[in-house]
Design a binder for this molecule. Structure first.
Ligand SMILES: [Zn+2]
Length: 95
């Protein structure tokens, strides 16, 4: 089962730009459509913002927690994943 480590780093997706900033999830709103201080690229597009907030809402839902609990009961080992986006609104899980 997926145990999600909430991503708390805003990073620039532009090639060659290494800008990154550690944030809390509460600060996500503030980063929406904010330009990168180095190259000016959009750091958090509306698409990414919408999918990441929907994703967090999902893993916080009773249904998700119920299935996590059920799988744990069945002996399914938890794995840790990191969550990221790439500007397209897709959620990328790495574990
Ligand atoms: Zn940048």
């Amino acid at each position: 089962m997926k145990k999600v480590i909430e991503s708390r780093t805003i990073k620039c997706d532009k090639e060659g730009c290494n800008y990154r900033e550690d944030i809390t999830n509460d600060e996500l709103d503030k980063w929406r459509n904010k330009p990168c201080p180095i190259c000016g690229s959009n750091l958090l597009t509306d698409k990414d913002y919408n999918s990441i907030t929907a994703f967090y809402k999902f893993i916080d839902s009773p249904i998700y927690r119920f299935f996590s609990w059920l799988l744990k009961l069945c002996g399914v080992k938890e794995r840790e994943y990191t969550v990221s986006t790439d500007g397209s609104g897709s959620i990328i899980l790495r574990g």
